[in-house]
Write a protein that binds this ligand. Sequence first.
Ligand code: AMP
Length: 248
Amino acid sequence: MKVLVPVKRVIDYNVKVRVKPDQTGVDLANVKMSMNPFDEISVEEAVRMKEAGIATEVVVVSIGPQQAQETIRTALAMGADRGILIKTDAMVEPLAVAKLLAKVVADEKPDLVLLGKQAIDDDSNQTGQMLAALLDWPQGTFAYKIEKDGDALKVTREVDGGLQTVKLQTPAVVTVDLRLNEPRYASLPNIMKAKKKEISEKSPADYGVDITPRLTVVKVTEPAARSGGVKVEDVAALVAKLKTAGAV
Ligand code: AMP
């Protein structure tokens, strides 16, 4: 089984995001960028499938600026086989990402596309679903467990109040959730080995996909500042305070 894993370069999850003064977006200057955490989970899962003899090849693809090559290298150091960088400095919306991925699927013919459930920068949670629709492939979202079942995949999904298991005929699209696995850290020898792995470079125009945004960001604002807490003497005072605040 050939697995395609799309990986996005995003602001590192440890960074405190600053909104630009003109509220048009967030400040990316001198900010640490990393692989989207959910994509680390999908790379890990694909590599584990390869180690288990289920996957034959793991190809990673990233759509982003030249530096997205570092994100691809990280995936290669974790054990992926080769990478594709679709280079653009533009902000690419999920629909355009899905259209580009559909073209990569047409070229690469994977049996499984394994995406993160969402990118932590735009929080869209759209790309996997849109890709499945464009390809007319079955999809399993929010995967908690993925098992091979003959020609099919059994995907256990995290749903409100429990787990749901669905069976998908391959080729299929699966998006991964947080508890699927714990991604490995790449070892130094594997980081060195990854430097020799192939990364091919393309542009959105090579695939004939128009990536012009369809949405206008009206404004971006910081979350409201939290008001400070107060100390109370005892439980009775706490209950009295909660009552006046209308909380009980
Ligand atoms: P989103 O729909 O933006 O929340 O992203 C969901 C998933 O789609 C991510 O976890 C990635 O697997 C994939 N994805 C989104 N944008 C990109 C991109 N620019 N390059 C590669 N993969 C992407």
